[in-house]
Design a protein around this ligand. Structure first.
Ligand code: ATP
Ligand code: MG
Length: 522
């Protein structure tokens, strides 16, 4: 279970820094200190708040030290951490709370304010405790415990309820087991996602044997942030550097990389573009960065080349996964990615991927719905057996809702089912067009959506972000697309934007683009 992971880190790498929080009052906590503090938090949660196995503990907070410690304390009690999305409105918070019925709500800052301003909070009679208060209680214990509580926790017990990004609709509460988390890091006999991560991304090959360090920009309420923090770091002795409060900023990211010897960057393409384009890029120490990993969104080949040129020798990776598989699925790294840009690679060890139609696997090259099976696959949607039955079959294959095809053993994403454009009699998969557009040297980002068309039902519309100073025209974009794409896939509409609308987890909000199109020209 998860507690055993932290215990492992305390036993093997006690004095290595684990969590670094930048900000006006920077804080660094070693693995041993994190263990000790988490044990004290658990004592307070159990002793003062009566939290026990199976109870839900909701957290509404930005990424903070207290958040991570509350996570460890909760899962070590066999309780279930509910990661409320920090950007949710009170109405969305209300949905998350009413669905999961926590016994305690923890939080800080604006997210806590919003979580507290909900009808559920008004009527449930459940305590809302600021994380700072929990921290003070834990560090003030007269007789602090020496170990995490010895609650028997099975690998199939739930550890967390994490919400999907809500890209296609209302966020769904995915119940994640201890096994799912641990698998995120399993290496050794079975192999697992991290085997691929560790070996494929060469975690170990850091110049001069220094500690590996990762800059964490993903929120802790999302699988991407939680998985690295809870599973990978303690097992890999990885230092996590959190930028602290405020918006993501390329200069701060570069400064932290420089100051803390960051060896790997993970994020979404916009982050990398902006860091590389920073006028003072060369003045920051980045030579120790050995890995740049992207996931959750398409990874433009143009960006890949750009990273290659600016940071020679760096390993690039593109991963595909989702909340329901705790981020595990496929991975494309190194020369594979170079030779097959646009691919999300092959299944990581112990994971199986199939492309199916009507429940049956399709031959290579044919487009169908991607299915994933493996130890990362979640337990189901919280208290929603119907929705769960809709995505998990008897053999626990998970239906992803994404279209793709397999070629030479490598997976290529085509589109979310929801984003498929039905134009006349043709099915158009936006990702293929997006990849073609971002291949253009003057196009930084692109998102393709279907918009209503009187004759064809739907037409292809491209939202394009140009490189600064570019004079590329809509006609130029169409000509570029037409060089390699069939005529019906060439965007009928092109709209230039300064930036694309992203949600908190780095996904383009296509629903918003469609709504904006419907509302008329800006
Ligand atoms: P919701 O399920 O609520 O609509 P979501 O699917 O965006 O939200 P997540 O679980 O955070 O929530 O995201 C998983 C999805 O992200 C995948 O199903 C896939 O569509 C997309 N995705 C994941 N990895 C990649 C990638 N490497 N390239 C392109 N898209 C990706
Ligand atoms: Mg989804």
């Amino acid at each position: 279970n998860l507690a055993a992971q932290l215990a492992h880190a305390r036993a093997t790498t006690p004095d290595l820094p684990y969590l670094v929080f930048d900000g006006p009052e920077p804080r660094t906590v070693t693995f041993a200190e994190a263990y000790r503090l988490a044990a004290a938090y658990a004592e307070v949660l159990a002793g003062r708040h009566g939290i026990g196995k199976g109870d839900r503990v909701a957290v509404a907070a930005p990424n903070t030290l207290e958040y991570v410690l509350a996570y460890w304390a909760t899962v070590s009690l066999g309780a279930i951490l509910v990661g409320l999305n920090g950007w949710w409105t009170p109405a969305e918070m209300d949905h998350g709370l009413a669905l999961t019925e926590p016994a305690l709500v923890l939080g800080s800052g604006a997210p806590m304010e919003r979580a507290s301003a909900t009808p559920w909070s008004g009527t449930a009679g459940v305590p809302h405790v600021p994380l700072e208060e929990l921290h003070a209680a834990a560090t003030g214990l007269a007789d602090p415990p020496g170990a995490l509580p010895g609650v028997a926790v099975d690998e199939d017990d739930p550890a967390a309820i994490m919400f999907t990004s809500g890209t296609t609709g209302r966020p769904k509460g995915a119940t994640i087991s201890h096994r799912n988390f641990v698998f995120f890091n399993q290496h050794g006999a079975l192999g697992g996602a991290t085997t691929a991560l560790l070996d494929g991304h060469r975690y170990r090959q850091v110049p001069d044997g220094a500690q590996r360090a990762s800059l964490i920009v993903s929120p802790l309420f999302h699988v991407s942030g939680a998985g690295v923090t809870m599973a990978v770091a303690p097992m890999a002795g990885l230092k996590l550097v959190f930028p602290g409060p405020g918006r993501w900023d390329p200069e701060r990211a570069l400064r932290l990389t420089h100051e803390h010897g960051i060896t790997q960057w993970s994020g979404v393409p916009t982050h990398f573009w902006r860091m590389l384009a920073h006028p003072d890029f060369a003045s920051f120490r980045t030579a120790q960065v050995t890995m740049v990993g992207s996931g959750g969104a398409i990874f433009p080949p143009e960006l890949m080349r750009h990273v290659r040129e600016t940071m020679p020798g760096v390993q690039l990776g593109n991963g595909y996964g989702m909340t329901e598989t705790l981020g595990t699925g496929t991975l494309c790294t190194g020369s594979l990615l170079e030779e097959h840009p646009g691919s999300v690679g092959a299944a990581v060890p112990t994971v199986r991927v199939q492309v199916r139609e009507d429940g049956r696997p399709l031959p290579e090259g044919e487009v169908g719905e991607i299915h994933i099976q493996g130890p990362g696959v979640f337990l189901g949607y919280w208290r929603d057996p119907e929705a769960t039955a809709g995505v998990l079959d008897a053999e626990r294959w998970y239906r992803t809702g994404d279209y793709g095809r397999i070629e030479d053993g490598l997976l290529y994403l085509e589109s979310r089912i929801r984003d498929l454009i039905l134009r006349g009699g043709e099915n158009i998969y936006p990702i293929e067009i997006e990849y073609r557009l971002v291949e253009h040297p003057e196009i930084v980002e692109a998102a393709v959506v279907g918009v209503p068309d009187r004759v064809l039902g739907r037409e292809v519309k491209a939202y394009v972000v140009r490189e600064e100073g570019s004079a590329l025209t809509a006609e130029g974009v169409r000509e570029w697309a037409a060089q390699t794409l069939a005529a019906f896939k060439v965007p009928a509409h092109v709209e230039f934007r300064d930036a694309l609308p992203y949600n908190e987890t780095g996904k383009v909000m296509k629903r918003r683009l469609e709504e904006e199109h419907a509302a008329g020209p800006r």
